[in-house]
Design a protein around this ligand. Sequence first.
Ligand SMILES: Cc1cc2nc3c(=O)[nH]c(=O)nc-3n(C[C@H](O)[C@H](O)[C@H](O)COP(=O)(O)OP(=O)(O)OC[C@H]3O[C@@H](n4cnc5c(N)ncnc54)[C@H](O)[C@@H]3O)c2cc1C
Length: 332
Amino acid sequence: MANIRDMIPAFELYQPTSVEAALDLLDEHRGRSWILAGGLDSFDWFKDRIKRPEAVIDLGGVEEMNGIREVENGIEIGAMTSLTAIERDERIRSRYSVVADAARHVATPQIRNQGTLGGNISQDTRCWYYRSGWPCYRAGGNTCYAAAPQAMNREHAIMGASRCVAVNPSDTAPALVAVDAKMIVENTGGPRVFDAEDFFIGPAIDITRMTVMKPRDLLTRIQIPATWADAHFYYEKVRDRGSWDFQLVTVAAAFQMDGGTIGDARIAVNGVAPYPVRLEAAERRVRGTSGDEAAANAAGELAIEGARALRQNDYKIPMMRNLVRRAVRSVA
Ligand SMILES: Cc1cc2nc3c(=O)[nH]c(=O)nc-3n(C[C@H](O)[C@H](O)[C@H](O)COP(=O)(O)OP(=O)(O)OC[C@H]3O[C@@H](n4cnc5c(N)ncnc54)[C@H](O)[C@@H]3O)c2cc1C
């Protein structure tokens, strides 16, 4: 098991000032490098000496990856934009408030000043067995300690698990799924665009990654389409402590209203699976309704279909059901 130490292992530090230079470095140091954004997740790994990259590519000087701009069909956020900038941006607050709300729910003001959107959605899971250096499936071993009969798994998954039961820890991830954000991922071969719901992956696809990104890839920007601008939004994060804490369960939802009726809906929940879960059956159920009690209850039941608790996390099932109900009721 790892102990937190004061010294991090040595690495070569690279500080590119353009996306092109960053991509070249990722190619050159393929598989031996680490992308450094705000460092809030990265330095934990380095200090614990569990991850020992040879080359660290610090994106702090890549100005083109920082900032929020309006684009033809929505808004574009550079991956290096701080969570504080997103939380405070007037355009995001007024037109895509679920994203500003999500950014505001991350950790503390200091962490939001330093932490970036790209880092927040690319961060690794917080499963303490894995993060403490236990040789679990995700770390290349052959068991999941968190799923063992006596495991401490109060914060782990109730769905979407496949050998590994760790959950995605990001507060902004479900909001980006709710607004149908597009993730622009680049490598020296060119850019690719992923829907937010496809960007996050579960262990059944690859147990060592939480997103589609492979070692040569760089998330450069996130686009939020205007389609969901000015929708009715709902965001609620349940955590143990009011001051700062990772989520237990979070819901993020967007409802396009047609008078008093829900024309279209996107509902996502995080903290329940290794990836933010989009609830398409619940969305279908609430379309065409006014978000009334019957629709809210039915959506809540559909949300938890297939959920299976571990030893210590059965509370997450009613919590998820209730958060989805509340999201739908907020419309009425
Ligand atoms: C005390 C504490 C409390 C926290 N509480 C919360 C919380 O409540 N909610 C929450 O959501 N998070 C929380 N976090 C996590 C923190 O907010 C995120 O780790 C942070 O936002 C990560 O952003 P960063 O810019 O520091 O990324 P880094 O730590 O630098 O990077 C994180 C990961 O993403 C990769 N990465 C970063 N940028 C890119 C990119 N552009 N392209 C490809 N890969 C990239 C890095 O290689 C690394 O693997 C907490 C962290 C701490 C230390």
